[in-house]
Design a protein around this ligand. Structure first.
Ligand SMILES: Nc1ncnc2c1ncn2[C@@H]1O[C@H](COP(=O)(O)OP(=O)(O)OP(=O)(O)O)[C@@H](O)[C@H]1O
Ligand SMILES: [Mg+2]
Length: 272
């Protein structure tokens, strides 16, 4: 059993690159911090380091402006193994995150041992995917004539292995959530087919399909300052927000609820 003070670990993963893992990891971390939670962030994608750069940009912005924006306790981790090949750095860092409410982990868009181990520490795995048959192909093979699922493919197997590792390590279970990202730019027929196939796949391989995130400029324009749409709301100090920013905040709020973080938020506010 994990103690009530153990942080909830949310891992963003998908073997398909460029689906929004790092962007949504940062947006979730800031949304939680702006609601008073203490958050640690972990970047397992040392080569690209998008989340690490996002956090570094935020730190610089804070120093430059003196604005009171919260920073996560950030860790960029590279693979470091002991003589038996066991990853040692990640478990060591995670063991030090005890004082935080939530740990948000970003992983690369390809398979590595470190990423596999990272997935196995998750309470929730969040898989963002673009609303396209190419992204669906990473999750499952689709029969092109019947337009049905033939079999789950490698990423689904990776999540399955992570679930087994986690169960073996501490008896815990992993909630797998798939989220359609950048919704809105595709034609309706393709979208309907992806939705149908995802619903079928969810039943077969056991993930939850949650409300998606729309394609919005605001999700990509704030990176250089390390800000997110949540900061715009906080910095506006009650001033008017553009409609698309309001909608983006609602999407993030729905995501926090869908990830089961509502209880963490309520508990932390009660004990604050
Ligand atoms: N909802 C969105 N609306 C608009 N742009 C988005 C949205 N989500 C992500 N993006 C943009 O999509 C691109 C890919 O996002 P990101 O780098 O977060 O993906 P990733 O899955 O972490 O990629 P990688 O696998 O390479 O690490 C970036 O340019 C990002 O700004
Ligand atoms: Mg990334």
């Amino acid at each position: 059993m994990r103690s009530p003070s153990t942080p909830r670990i949310v891992v963003f993963g998908n073997e398909k690159g460029g689906t929004g893992k790092s962007t949504l990891a940062m947006h979730l971390a800031v949304a939680l911090m702006n609601r008073g939670l203490s958050v640690a962030t972990v970047d397992l994608d040392a080569r690209q380091g998008t989340l690490s750069k996002y956090v570094a940009n935020r730190k610089r912005y804070k120093e430059r402006t003196g604005l009171p924006i919260p920073l996560p306790a950030h860790h960029a981790i590279s693979s470091r193994t002991d003589e038996t090949g066991y990853e040692v750095e990640l478990p060591r860092v995670l063991a030090e995150t005890g004082g935080h409410n939530v740990v948000v982990v970003d992983t690369p868009g390809f398979d590595t041992t470190l990423s596999q181990i990272g997935h196995s520490f998750a309470d929730v795995i969040v898989t963002p995917m673009n609303d396209s048959l190419i992204d669906l192909d990473v999750m499952s093979d689709v029969d092109p004539l019947k337009q049905t699922i033939v079999r789950p493919s490698h990423y689904a197997e990776r999540v399955w292995r992570a679930k087994q590792l986690r169960a073996k390590r501490d008896g815990g279970s992993i909630d797998w959530v798939v989220l359609r990202n950048r919704l809105g730019q595709l034609e309706a027929r393709n979208k309907k087919l992806v939705a149908k196939l995802l619903a079928e796949l969810a039943r077969r391989i056991g993930f939850r399909l949650v409300d998606g995130i729309a394609e919005r400029v605001v999700y990509r324009e704030l990176f250089l300052d390390g800000l997110t749409v949540e900061d715009l709301a906080a910095l506006a100090k009650g001033g008017a927000l553009a409609m698309s920013h309001v909608a983006a905040r609602q999407e993030l709020r729905a995501l926090m609820i869908a990830l089961g973080l509502k209880d963490t938020l309520e508990t932390s506010l009660i004990s604050a």
